[in-house]
Design a protein around this ligand. Structure first.
Ligand code: ADP
Length: 255
């Protein structure tokens, strides 16, 4: 039930492991901390990591009179979460489905979750451009308030895949809100010095070449990795970190 959602943000990446779920969850948490009402929909059917990152693994969704009721992070119900992970019996269960079954699950996620009124719905997608993406794009292409954020790491090999994501968005008519570069150098938690382990700036130069807004560089910060599994926001736990500043700026750009 998306008619009560003011704005939808798809979070995409060319590769797995680049920090897409970290960006989705930190964006959702920062929006919540900024006073917005937020939904986070995890459609990574084969590797749903949102329940783990937000420390909601033992939670279940249930059917209400208006559809599936999301799992809420807080008593004021400012951040609701829906993931295939809540429907699996155990964390180790695998979803071994062919395309049509995946398609119908995604359609149910888009149509049957009772989000109520939302300022933002963040959709965490699997890496690449698979059945899940095609279904989402087909269902959201005509939704005017929908756009995509692409997450990449700075290396050339990841950047190549981002080009494919850009092409995919342009072909399917979903506007790209911007590119965010994650794991952009290592930020020492003690002295804040940043060392470019892989390289830096690949996402930024691709954004420039492709005439896409560059949303910022999130460094590798072991403290950010440690927030995963606790459901904590960088903006409240690490307020002076570069990560926190990037997400605050991103929320300002979105609002
Ligand atoms: P994806 O969704 O792209 O597969 P994840 O968000 O699950 O990637 O991130 C992969 C791993 O990298 C996780 O263990 C996560 O905690 C860690 N990670 C992601 N971004 C950062 C970062 N900026 N600093 C430190 N660790 C990070």
């Amino acid at each position: 039930m998306l008619d009560e959602v003011k704005r939808i943000i798809l979070v995409l990446s060319g590769k797995g492991g680049v920090g897409k779920s970290t960006v989705s969850t930190q964006l959702a948490l920062t929006l919540k901390e900024s006073g917005f009402k937020v939904g986070l929909l995890d459609i990574d059917l084969c590797g749903p990591s949102v329940p783990h990152i937000l420390n909601l693994e033992d939670q279940n969704v249930h059917q209400g009179p208006d559809g599936w009721v999301p799992v809420y992070m807080d008593s004021e119900q400012r951040l609701g979460v829906m993931s295939i992970g809540f429907l699996l019996k155990s964390r180790n269960d695998a979803v071994v489905w062919r395309g049509p079954k995946k398609t119908s699950m995604i359609k149910q996620f888009l149509e049957d979750v009772s989000w109520q009124e939302l300022d933002y719905l963040i959709i965490d997608t699997p890496p690449g451009t698979s059945d899940e993406h095609i279904t989402v794009m087909e269902n959201l292409r005509n939704v005017p308030q929908c756009s995509a954020i692409i997450v990449t790491t700075p290396q050339q090999v990841a950047i190549e895949d981002v080009r494919k994501e850009i092409t995919f968005c342009r072909k399917t008519g979903i506007p790209i809100f911007g590119i965010i570069e994650n794991m952009s150098g290592y930020e020492c938690p003690n002295c804040s010095e940043c060392t470019n382990i892989f390289s830096s700036g690949g996402g930024e130069s691709l954004a420039e070449i492709s005439k896409i807004t560059f949303l910022g560089k999130v460094p590798i910060d072991p403290r950010v990795g440690m927030l995963a599994g606790k459901g904590q926001a960088a903006v409240t736990e690490l307020p002076d970190s570069t990560t926190s500043k990037v997400f605050i700026k991103l929320v300002k750009m979105l609002s």
